[in-house]
Design a protein around this ligand. Structure first.
Ligand SMILES: *Cc1c(COP(=O)(O)O)cnc(C)c1O
Length: 458
């Protein structure tokens, strides 16, 4: 095995371009020591003929090609193939709604949201590195994964890491600000599992602030080995989330797209991990005319695209809870990718935002016209594509990212369509299970105490 190559220092921080890090460090640490976000030193580009071969590849094969291009020989090929096979053991599909609108369904994983792609891949990548450490005979503290969630990240990470030896997961979610079903998904792993859940009396931003502070806390640094599973972790964000952009393109080509045709992706955005992965795919050569950054009323990025001023603000509660982010932390990566050049960003990204009412009317219209059921996050992106078409007269192919299954948001969806949405298996399973979570305030010391108190717990 080529363990030595694992030390290839092919990553750097957004804040310090000269200090390099290996993939192992990137995945294990999550955040760079200078509190910047990790990026590849160089983003490799596929030759243009790769895109003519792409339509012949399955999702697993596309994923392998993209992962190998990005990581080089950091991971042995057979291991990468296994990780991909085990992580993506569920469907992905591109449903054609009308002649130029396609819905990329990313919610067929165990927790019924697209975050299963990132979390399941990252869990296996981390396991691999822990396994290598164990082979070397290193005696190490368990790895504690901290994750702040507005709903979907936490459950995808919990499900991805459940029962993985050497790893424990601590999830922070804002009390009463996730849907009932999401709360069930987060809090029913049981007190004897390796998944611990904290119910924070605050917003998602408060949860994220607690996690960020923990990473900079010297007391915790000595006591625990911490990493993050938020999309600040490149192992979760970039790698696995680029795969489906390439696959969607392959699928469009299989459906008759010509090589010069213009396509756009509309992405329902909160922390902007998903959209950043799209931009990285484009940098790798994927022919994308535009990304549409579709948000709810947490509109800091669309506002930035308009005014040139990035003004983070407290998050607002909406019916798309997983996008209620007032200070998207992948913005720093977007700046990095475009050297902070507003003109370049504007030429690639178009921003739109919608109220709850607008999302609802869009969901209703789609149901009436197509008998297709959308939930509020995906509806934001659907509406974003319409608004982009209207304001730019774009006639090409549009792909809308469908990030959650509509059964996750029955309170919003069912009254609009006048019927029940059947639950997929993974969701049905959690209903009725016993809740187990620890309430805490948004004050840092309480969180710190919890972590220290439990540091030796198995
Ligand atoms: C997390 C999430 C989003 C937002 O994705 P980001 O990568 O944070 O921009 C959108 N929709 C759903 C359903 C989500 O869970």
């Amino acid at each position: 095995m080529t363990v030595g190559k694992l030390n290839n220092r092919s990553f750097r921080s957004t804040r310090n371009l000269s200090k390099k890090a290996s993939l192992r460090e990137v995945v294990m640490k999550g955040l760079a020591p200078d509190a910047g976000l990790y990026m590849p030193v160089k983003i490799p580009t596929f030759p243009s003929d790769f895109f003519d071969i792409l339509p012949q590849l399955s999702f697993h094969e596309v994923s392998f090609e993209v992962a190998t291009k990005l990581l080089g020989k950091n991971i042995p090929a057979s291991t990468m193939k296994r990780i991909i096979r085990e992580a993506f053991n569920f469907d992905i599909s591109l449903l054609t709604l009308n002649k130029n609108t396609h819905l990329l369904e990313l919610f067929h994983g165990p927790t019924a949201a697209f975050k299963d792609f990132g979390a399941r891949f990252m869990a296996r990548l981390l396991s691999y590195f822990l396994h290598i450490d164990a082979l070397k005979g290193a005696k190490v503290k368990p790895l504690t994964i901290l994750v702040a969630t507005s709903g979907d990240t936490g459950s995808a990470v919990a499900s991805g890491f459940l029962n993985v030896p050497g790893i424990r997961v601590t999830i922070l979610f804002p009390k009463e600000k996730v849907s009932k079903l999401q709360e069930q998904q987060l809090t029913t792993y049981g007190e004897n599992s390796n998944i611990w859940t904290l119910e924070v009396d605050g917003t998602f931003d408060d949860c994220l602030a607690l996690v960020t502070q923990a990473f900079q806390d010297p007391v915790l640094k000595d006591a625990l080995r911490l990493t993050s599973a938020n999309s600040i972790n490149f192992g979760r964000l970039l790698l696995p989330q680029t795969f489906y952009y390439f696959w969607a393109y392959a699928e469009l080509r299989r459906k008759g797209l010509n090589s010069g045709d213009r396509i756009v992706f509309s992405v329902p955005s909160g922390n902007f991990g998903n959209l950043t992965a799209g931009v990285i795919s484009k940098k790798m050569g994927l022919p994308v005319a535009k990304f549409i950054a579709s948000t709810d009323m947490n509109r800091v990025v669309p506002d930035y695209l308009k005014s040139g001023k990035f003004l983070p603000r407290p998050s607002i509660e909406t019916n798309s809870p997983s996008m209620n982010v007032g200070n998207p932390n992948n913005f720093e990566r977007l700046m990095d990718l475009y050297d902070g050049d507003l003109k370049k960003i504007r030429s690639d990204i178009y921003g739109t935002f919608f109220t709850d009412k607008e999302k609802k009317s869009s969901m209703k219209k789609v149901w009436e016209n197509y008998r297709y059921v959308m939930e509020p996050h995906s509806a934001t992106a659907f509406q974003g594509l319409s608004s982009f078409r209207q304001s730019t007269n774009f006639k090409g192919q549009g792909v809308v990212l469908m990030t959650a299954h509509p059964a996750k948001f029955p309170d919003t969806v069912e009254p609009l369509i006048g019927r029940k949405v059947p639950m997929p298996y993974g969701l049905e399973e959690v209903v009725g299970k016993k809740k187990d979570s620890t309430p805490i305030g948004k004050d840092y010391s309480e969180f710190q105490n919890f972590l220290l108190r439990n540091k030796d717990r198995e």
